[in-house]
Write a protein that binds this ligand. Structure first.
Ligand SMILES: Cc1ncc(COP(=O)(O)O)c(C=O)c1O
Length: 378
């Protein structure tokens, strides 16, 4: 388990990750494809699910590639024994190039200047660099603008220490119903055609993230990059009926303290909660330093003994209080579900994201190192 001290495993706050569901989602996406390769995105600690464990699972399942954001994530995977090709997706600084070459990480070249630097570093290092060119077809983040993609050509011609394995772009709106995704696809097609006319063909051509995979068959080229769907989630549009995703993660804690709160007594920072009639309060050992959103405010709820209860007052860094009502029953050690299901109740990451006005991506990647990841059904 990465970044978690062994002692933390006794912590009563943890997330549970169901490996059978990971396998199910992987096959569900793979079955949509028509022989294209699949890159599994594991950046951001695999969207909070644990980068080493998820990468190991995807490798076992036959992933063709893994995608990380920063070289350090790739190094962590190599040191853990992962052999699958790894693409570093973000723009890197010059001083990070040697580490990518040393650890056999494929580098994204988002500009012609960076490509020149990569080739020079490879020469100095005495090893070949692996590169995917990045084209900006409309995301506007990194990459050479699609209208100026020829800029790469004179530089490619000078590169003697680089293998040009792939070319890719990223969608801005594939999770929405928008014509812009088709516009991006057309632009990318023109870039690929331009390279072809100049005698360059790439093995790995990729544009589709989860939204692209689910809704744009034309965007699949020779590889797709699957992220959030592998973890069983997708936000923005309804997933097509033919695809059944299973959310992989649930989040649990337990009651560690119980008290009776007298009427009109404020509790927590700023005394944002009090009760007119008096109530029972339980305290949970989880807070915003665990990634549990403090922005949630009074809308936030948890499940205790199959009953949904509201959060009382502001979430603290490490603890929070729950109002179980004047007659509520909950005892120290009772399980509390922050995300997941009981017999009659359910809280999803979409609920938490809605209550705290954030996205599921932010929510997942902010679950902190100190929340143990427990893997079930391995
Ligand atoms: C370059 C790139 N490709 C693919 C993905 C995966 O996106 P999603 O999780 O929507 O599938 C991301 C995620 O942000 C990304 O930055």
């Amino acid at each position: 388990m990465s970044n978690i001290h062994q002692e933390l495993l006794t912590r009563p706050t943890y997330v549970e990750i169901d490996m059978q569901k990971v396998t199910h989602n992987f096959h569900e996406i793979k079955n949509q494809l028509d022989g294209q390769k699949m890159l599994c995105i594991v950046k951001g600690n695999a969207y909070g699910h644990g980068i080493i464990e998820m990468s190991g699972q995807f490798e076992k399942l036959g992933a063709d590639y893994l995608g990380v954001a920063i070289p350090e994530e790739g190094v962590e995977l190599r040191r853990a024994g992962i052999r699958t090709p790894i693409l570093v997706l973000s723009a890197i600084s010059d001083r990070q190039i040697p580490v990518c070459i040393q650890y056999d990480l494929t580098i994204t070249a988002p500009s012609d200047e960076k490509l020149e630097q990569i080739d020079k570093a490879a020469e100095v290092f005495g090893k070949r660099a692996k590169v995917h060119l990045k084209i900006d077809t409309g995301m506007g983040r990194i990459g050479v603008n699609w209208q100026r993609a020829e800029k790469f050509i004179p530089v490619i011609q000078k590169c003697n220490h680089t293998d040009f394995e792939g070319i890719y772009a990223h969608f801005a709106k594939s999770d929405e119903e928008s014509d812009f995704t088709e516009v991006q696809i057309e632009r990318f097609d023109r870039v690929i055609e331009m390279f072809k006319n100049n005698g360059y063909e790439f093995n790995l051509i990729h544009h589709a993230n989860s939204g692209g995979i689910l809704f744009h068959e034309k965007a699949r080229y020779t590889m797709v990059r699957a992220g959030i769907v592998l973890y069983g989630l997708f936000e923005g549009r309804t997933v097509p009926e033919s695809i059944h995703l299973q959310p992989v993660m649930s989040w649990k804690t337990e009651v560690v303290y119980f008290k009776y709160l007298e009427p009109h007594i404020g509790i927590g920072y700023g005394h944002h909660f009090s009760s007119d009639t008096g109530t029972r309060i339980v305290t949970l050992p989880v807070g915003y330093a665990d990634g549990y959103q403090c922005a949630m405010g009074p809308q936030g709820k948890v499940i205790v003994n199959d009953i949904m209860y509201p959060i009382a007052g502001r979430i603290c860094m490490d603890q929070m209080m729950i109002d179980i009502g004047p007659h509520g029953e909950a005892y120290k050690g009772d399980e509390v579900i922050l995300v997941g299901e009981s017999a009659n109740q359910k809280i999803t990451f979409f609920d938490i994201a809605g209550w705290s006005d954030t996205s599921i991506y932010e929510l997942l990647s902010q679950i902190s190192y100190r929340v143990p990841r427990i893997y079930i059904n391995q």
